[in-house]
Design a protein around this ligand. Sequence first.
Ligand SMILES: C[S@@+](CC[C@H](N)C(=O)[O-])C[C@H]1O[C@@H](n2cnc3c(N)ncnc32)[C@H](O)[C@@H]1O
Length: 224
Amino acid sequence: MIRSAFLHRLINHTPLRKLLKDNQYVSRAYFNYVYLTSDPYQISKELSKEPGTNKYDQAFALLNGYHANNALEIGCGEGLLTHYLAEISDQVTAFDISDLAIQRAQKANDNATNIRYLQGDVRAIEFATGEFDLVFCSELLSYFPKEQLSDIVERIIAWVAPQSYLLLVHHRCQNDDDMGLALKEFGARTIHNTFIECSGFVTEGDELSPWYRLTLLHNTAQTR
Ligand SMILES: C[S@@+](CC[C@H](N)C(=O)[O-])C[C@H]1O[C@@H](n2cnc3c(N)ncnc32)[C@H](O)[C@@H]1O
């Protein structure tokens, strides 16, 4: 308890955090630093809400019973959300930049036979074009400098197979929206709209709460 409180204080209030965060080239070090404590983003708290009321239940409800062959989770952290994909997919690949988070994800989900975890950076990891028929990206893309956003969006879009789905969850941010916190330069409005503008991607669900936005996009390209 005391150790955990001390680590939280260390992580949130030291110049080291600023140094690691400001330098986009050491973001692996920054996120490993954040994961010195478990569940740093308090996902368990969100998951402990009444069934159907937490933002992830609401996001996955948009899929309306869709079953995937091969799903991808981007920025999976400690794997606390991977079960959503594992339950509706034959195979799941989940990756995160933090090795520490990936180690915990592997441990937490070692009974699941259909999940593979990888350490990787969304800006560099390699997947085949159209490899996945469901891609889930939650609370990740507001971490990058705005000038990197369109390249990252292009990479993600390329992984989504024709006639398949991309599910997005991000916080709203007062810097580009009329609601949310002003913790980042931009939030769900900028991020989700960048995907919505991609040719061939049609919005099948778009829900706003005062704090977050849930968007389901369908890649309408025809299979060759
Ligand atoms: C705010 S957490 C979100 C965790 C979870 N997806 C959720 O919705 O709560 C952001 C996650 O993205 C990961 N991450 C940050 N930069 C990344 C990158 N360049 N490539 C892959 N993952 C990254 C972090 O390690 C962290 O686990």
